[in-house]
Structures are given as structure tokens and as C-alpha cells.
Design a protein around this ligand. Sequence first.
Ligand code: ATP
Ligand code: ZN
Ligand code: MG
Length: 302
Amino acid sequence: MDMQTSFLDRLFESGLLIDTGVDGLYGRSGQFEDVIAAFERLIDKFGGADGAEAIRFPPGMNRAFFEKSGYMKSFPQLAGTVHSFCGSELDHMSLLKCMEVGEDWTKDQEATDIVLTPAACYPLYPTVAKRGALPDDGALFDLQSYCFRHEPSKDPARQQLFRMREYVCMGSEKHVTDFRQSWMDRGVEMMKAVGLDVAIDVANDPFFGRAGKMLANNQRDQNLKFELLIPITSTAKPTACMSFNYHQDAFGTKWGLNFEDGSVVHTACVGFGLERIALALFHTHGLDVKEWPESVRKALWG
Ligand code: ATP
Ligand code: ZN
Ligand code: MG
């Protein structure tokens, strides 16, 4: 049995995570949630003075926006769509029959207007575009959402439904890259305050297929994505607990995000993987919060 499985087993045994029978789909205990809530307050403390506009979207987004985002070009393997039964009474009878005899009853499900949100910032860009031109000093948003990614795993740090807290910055190239740099510094400082060992490294997204390899290389070469890594399931391969993404003018162009003078806005987003941060804390300081170092408890709960 590898390390990953045993940490997951210990999380189940302690009750911090609750097994649902599906890899990557877990219940969370009150204690686990309390750690996430405390860490989010720490995020508020570091980012609160920036005056970000808080918006909370549900974990599903408009399918038309999802389609336009190009997600299926880059990450078809991760997407999750919401399908529903839309048939007649006759269709219902054959559906029930299928279920009874153990045949595939899902084949007649129809796609709804909703897809599961793949990253907290995806619903934001079309929302802001609809408001019209951006002011010269840009805009800053504070988001949090459950996100879905179809990547079942026994690694407790790789879940299928997990929460991402994000800050999204829109403005000039300098404005948004400065924003990204300041959160890299803050990220390191925050993790230090809660006793976590961190490293920052350049990274890439898992673009699908052979053409995707080129996109990934390009993303790395241009330093578009950085990750803050903390050991959770392996010290040799630490886990990305935050990411710092500079999109250049890609989302600005795609969604028509412009300044008053018509020039295209640049964007960057900074994401905290909330479950991963909680897991890093439990892995580093132990499964019993009462036993955590006083300085860590103080940073989280005052
Ligand atoms: P990884 O390389 O580990 O798959 P990622 O590059 O896909 O991470 P992002 O797309 O940048 O991650 O998402 C922002 C943050 O959300 C990550 O830094 C991580 O903390 C968290 N995250 C991403 N995927 C998962 C997952 N499957 N389970 C839990 N948290 C995740
Ligand atoms: Zn984002
Ligand atoms: Mg990933």
C-alpha cells in the first residue's frame, strides 16, 4: 500500500473526510470545515485591504459561456456536464425498465443549460464583460466556488469536487503582473505563518493531446503559471496548493473585456486550493487540531 492510500485511510478513520464510495468525492467533518473557514479568514486578512468585489457563483455555470471559454479544446478530459431526464411518460417507463435490468439508463439523459464549474473564475469573465468598459485602474474580484474536475484519484489532495478561492485582477499588463507577484509573496508569508514548508515553481496546465504538449511548453516558457507547492502525499512531488496565472490578453480578447479607449484588458488570477491547504495542515501538524503548534493555532484562530 502506498503513502497516498494510507493518508486517505487515516483521514477516513479520523472522520475528517467521509468516504462516499467514489474516489475524489468526500464528505467533510465540522473540524475539517473549521480549518478551511479559519484559513479563509487569513486570506481575508492578507487581501482584505485591496477592496476586491466579492462575488459567489454556484458550482454550475451557463453552458453557453463554458462552450465559448474553449475549455473543451484544452481540457475535455476534466469537464463535467449536467444532464437531466427530459422525456415523456413512455420514456420514463423505459428508463425505469433499464434501471431494473441494470442496463445503461443514462443514455437518454439530455444536456441541460448548466455545466459544472471547472475553475472559480470561469463564470466571472462573461459577467464582467456584460457590464461594459473597465476603468483605467482596472478591477479586482474575490471569488470562491466548488469546482468539478473529472480526475478520480486515491490521492486525497486530488478531488473531483473541491473549493477554489480566487482573486482575479483585470487591468494593464503591469497592473495584473504586479498583482500576481504580490500574491506570490503573500502566499509564501501566509503559509509560513501556519507552519507550512513551501516552494514556488513554474508550472503548466494539463492541456489535452499532442497539440496540448506545445501549449503546455509555451505556457512554461513564458512563465504564465506558477504554483506554490507543499508536501502532502509526497515530499519528492509536493502538491500545488496555490496557483498564480497570467492570461495575457487571452481572456480579454475572448470575452471583449476592454478599457474605455477600446484597448484590450489583461487578466491574472490567483487560486487557493482550500482542501489542499487544509490537508497540508493536517499532514504537517497532525490530525488532531488541539495538538497543533500554538503559533499555528494563533495564526488561524487568533
Ligand atoms: P494540479 O497540477 O495539481 O492538477 P492544477 O494546475 O490543475 O493543479 P489549477 O488549475 O491552477 O490547479 O487550480 C487552482 C488550485 O486548485 C490548485 O493550485 C490546487 O490547489 C487546487 N486544485 C486543482 N485541482 C484540484 C483537485 N483535483 N483537487 C483539489 N484541489 C485542486
Ligand atoms: Zn482563475
Ligand atoms: Mg490539474
